[in-house]
Design a protein around this ligand. Structure first.
Ligand code: CU1
Ligand code: CU1
Ligand code: CU1
Ligand code: CU1
Length: 144
């Protein structure tokens, strides 16, 4: 369940204000949860890249940097399409959610490899794993 923080309320309120909104509970809560997870994951990945670049030994981190850049852009595209209710296309949603699940899985696995050495990688892997889980669940349930 998404927690009732200010981001959650903003997302919910804005979805409700769309006169074409067709999505209903419990799907709406799942959509909001995925949007929030994608926002958090894109933020964690973006910061993880920056923190990696500041490390003394950057070369072993190149793979995580590349995957974090990909994950951030895929998560951002996913949350944008998830947010749009007007002329919503469920096939497109499924395709993006599937891409997001893969991006989060590969990024999360690579960042996890560095988690014991760098706290930023541990936090990033956690955000990726959470986003993978909620986007996978939504991809399997979302109908409209
Ligand atoms: Cu995601
Ligand atoms: Cu991500
Ligand atoms: Cu990362
Ligand atoms: Cu991520």
């Amino acid at each position: 369940m998404a927690t009732a923080n200010s981001t959650d309320q903003l997302i919910r309120r804005m979805l409700d204000l769309n006169s074409q909104k067709r999505i209903q509970e419990p799907d709406e809560t799942a959509v909001i949860e995925s949007i929030e997870a994608c926002i958090d994951c894109a933020q964690a990945c973006t910061a993880c890249v920056d923190d990696s670049l500041a490390e003394a030994e950057v070369t072993p981190l190149i793979k995580s940097i590349a995957l974090c850049l990909d994950c951030a852009v895929v998560c951002d595209a996913t949350r944008q399409v998830l947010t749009r209710q007007t002329e919503r296309d469920v096939d497109l949603l499924h395709a993006l959610l599937s891409a997001c699940v893969v991006a989060c899985r590969v990024c999360g696995a690579e960042c996890q490899r560095h988690a014991a050495h760098h706290e930023h990688h541990r936090i990033c892997a956690e955000a990726c794993h959470h986003c993978e889980a909620v986007c996978d669940r939504l991809a399997k349930t979302v109908r409209v």
